[in-house]
Design a protein around this ligand. Structure first.
Ligand code: HEM
Length: 181
């Protein structure tokens, strides 16, 4: 996983809590490099899990809820960093529908070592989208959070339903419905 993602997690913890908590979770998770992530570096996804679990232990919030909140934070960061990517779509569902064929394709050009999930997308009708998430990193909550953040970016109200297709969250079906502006 790219260093930029780790730095954004630590940034969110600092914003929502404190720098002291950032230091505590780095101490608890004990990554080999002492928590100094460079944005272009690549680090094991297990370090993200360790940091989120440490944050969960310190705050009492469930790891899944934390990953979801992080996804929302990430979407807002991405929208600031890559405005052209977001300007290319007029609605949240159009943007999300392009995650596999456009968005993550562009991400891979910027970060060739990125470990991205796979999404199979269906548009059963206008205002609805179904996506099949598959990834050995098993982070569907992050996808849900990113989708929520994208809804906020486009000022659209989205309802997200999750259906697990495996026991280990490596295969999950997400249904996204536009429920209002
Ligand atoms: C359309 C909505 C999007 C969804 C649902 C989504 C979902 C995800 C998920 C769940 C991951 C975690 C890795 C995994 O599960 O295997 C991920 C990784 C990532 N995504 Fe997306 N993403 C979206 C849009 C974006 C956008 C707009 C950007 C940036 C412009 C972006 C950049 C990245 C990056 C940099 C990673 C980390 C890859 C790595 O560190 O190796 N994604 N994405």
């Amino acid at each position: 996983m790219k260093g930029i993602v780790f730095n954004e997690l630590l940034e969110m913890v600092e914003q929502q809590h404190s720098l002291a908590l950032v230091d505590q979770i780095i101490t608890d998770a004990a990554p080999p490099h002492g928590g100094a992530y460079t944005s272009v570096g690549t680090y094991p996804a297990g370090e993200m899990v360790a940091l989120v679990c440490a944050l969960s232990a310190r705050t009492g919030a469930a790891p899944g809820a934390l990953l979801e909140a992080f996804g929302e934070h990430l979407a807002a960061t991405f929208a600031r960093m890559f405005p052209d990517l977001f300007a290319a779509s007029g609605t949240a569902l159009d943007f999300i529908a392009g995650v596999e064929t456009y968005v993550h394709v562009e991400v891979r050009k910027l970060y060739p070592e990125a470990e991205l999930p796979r999404f199979d997308i269906e548009r059963p009708r206008p205002g609805a989208l179904a996506m099949h998430y598959r990834s050995p990193r098993a982070m569907p909550e992050l996808a849900v959070g990113i989708i929520r953040g994208i809804g906020k970016h486009y000022a659209e109200r989205l309802e997200i339903t999750r259906e697990d297709l495996s026991l280990d969250a490596t295969s999950v079906r997400l249904t996204v419905e536009l429920v209002g502006p």
